[in-house]
Design a protein. Sequence first.
Length: 175
Amino acid sequence: MKRRVTEQLYRLRDQLGAMGMVALALFVVAGAFMTLVLQPLKEQSRVLAAKADMIENRAAPAANSGAKLAAVYDYLRKPEQTTDWLAKLYAIGHSTGVELAQASYKSQSAPGGKLERYEIVLPLTGSYSQMREFLKRSLAEVPVLSLDQISLKRENRRDGTVQAELRLTLHMVKP
């Protein structure tokens, strides 16, 4: 077996010639260089880049948070008024089949702040699937709306009707 391998190597050497053997040796050296030198350097570069990003994020949090805050204000700045959003909620409730009772809402805003919040307490009656559809559509179609709390109550176990009280908030930028 050893003799056969040796004969194969000699035959390969004869077929490749001097230039082929040099090229083969260069391929082996290039592979070893890549494995032993370049891969460790690449890993070290990745680690240093991660450290640099971490240091950069620590150094400029105010500028970064200021840009994020401006993006939130831009997102919440919509041309619709509070009454437009309430009408949209009513239309969604009507189309999903839930019964909307009289809602109450109050405005809250911090003095000197840019945001105004309208807290809405909305009693609903309908099936569980209708309520889910109402919430899904409301949160999708009213981008400035958040769900703060939901209370579900069913009078009878066999009854498919559920009574719910939703606490929603409209977040709007002051004009």
